[in-house]
Design a protein around this ligand. Sequence first.
Ligand SMILES: [Zn+2]
Length: 61
Amino acid sequence: MKSDIRVCANWETAHDRPVYTLGDSCPDCDGPTANSAPAPFSPEDPYGEYRRRARRRRDSE
Ligand SMILES: [Zn+2]
């Protein structure tokens, strides 16, 4: 599946949630964007968000 929607490549570290855009740079942090096709929130990976939350929680402890 092809998509023109892009997502901030550094959203996991720069933002609390994915920042989507149609441009080549993030509107929030001006960083690079990646095609969102390999989606951070893939329907095939329903627990990805939980894994990321768990990891972030560990990192902050
Ligand atoms: Zn960003």
